[in-house]
Design a protein around this ligand. Structure first.
Ligand SMILES: C[S@@+](CC[C@H](N)C(=O)[O-])C[C@H]1O[C@@H](n2cnc3c(N)ncnc32)[C@H](O)[C@@H]1O
Length: 239
């Protein structure tokens, strides 16, 4: 098995190269999951991501453009400058501050009212799951909130163009993706069962609820209630 760092770098390179075709290749024609997407969009509306929001792995901005409807300011982070350029074009809002960074090497520069990530948790290597959530916790002062959404299974398995090609033994969480230029790339892909994800996070002290729509899930909640050391200061005028 390749090293984890090598896979993370490969995943970063893959998304940089995919940026220009990302929007056109995320949904099949006549999107069969439109109703599920609408359910999750409604959940985000009900959640109301107010105040100072951090979006991790923001991509081309499909969710950033929803966050700006509520947030007073957004930090949108992604390792791909190409994704960020497209996000900037799509969202076109001066309240969004863009950061090009690798989530796994980044430290929060501020505290946030809300941390949001879409279609990202499935790309976090299982061995880095706890560290990733510790990072989210560091970004959120008491009262802060998290919202996340992702695929619960290979939703596109009947779509030749979009279905996942799994590599290695089951549990390797590794897939091969192809781009339009024919190049092949390895990507980490963990399909979390919503109930298992909720139990795992609650076991870590998060007060979260994770709901499935069938092919997708979304979760929302608050960080563990424990003393913080070295956390960034709370945002001013937080919600
Ligand atoms: C599946 S896309 C999701 C994009 C967006 N959140 C959405 O839902 O449309 C994954 C995103 O993660 C970014 N990414 C991959 N590895 C990363 C890393 N190590 N640190 C930060 N961003 C990363 C990619 O550039 C890509 O924009």
């Amino acid at each position: 098995m390749p090293g984890e760092r090598e896979l993370i770098d490969e995943q970063i390179a893959y998304y940089r190269r995919r940026a220009a075709e990302y929007d056109a290749t995320t949904t099949p024609p006549g999107d069969p999951f439109a109703a599920e997407s609408e359910q999750i969009e409604a959940a985000l509306e009900a959640f109301r991501p107010l105040g100072k929001v951090l979006e991790l792995a923001c991509g081309t901005g499909s969710w950033t453009r929803r966050l700006v409807l509520h947030a007073s300011e957004i930090t949108a982070l992604d390792s791909s400058p190409e994704m960020i350029d497209l996000n900037r074009l799509k969202v076109n809002d001066p309240r969004v501050r863009y950061v090009v960074a690798d989530v796994f090497s980044w430290s929060p520069d501020s505290a946030y009212d809300v941390v949001m990530f879409a279609n990202w948790l499935s790309h976090v290597p299982p061995d880095r799951f706890d560290d990733f959530w510790a990072l989210v916790e560091r970004c959120l002062p008491p009262g802060g909130r998290v919202f996340f959404v992702d695929e619960a299974k290979d939703a596109w398995r009947n779509e030749e163009r979009l279905s996942e090609e799994f590599l290695g033994p089951s549990g390797a969480h590794l897939v091969r993706r192809r781009l339009r230029d024919g190049s092949a790339h390895r990507v980490i892909k963990v399909f979390w069962d919503p109930a298992e994800l909720q139990a795992r996070l609650r076991g870590m002290g998060w007060q979260v609820a994770v709901a499935g729509t069938g092919s997708f899930y979304w979760g929302e909640g608050t960080p563990p209630n424990r003393p913080r050391r070295g956390a960034p200061e709370s945002p001013e005028g937080g919600t």
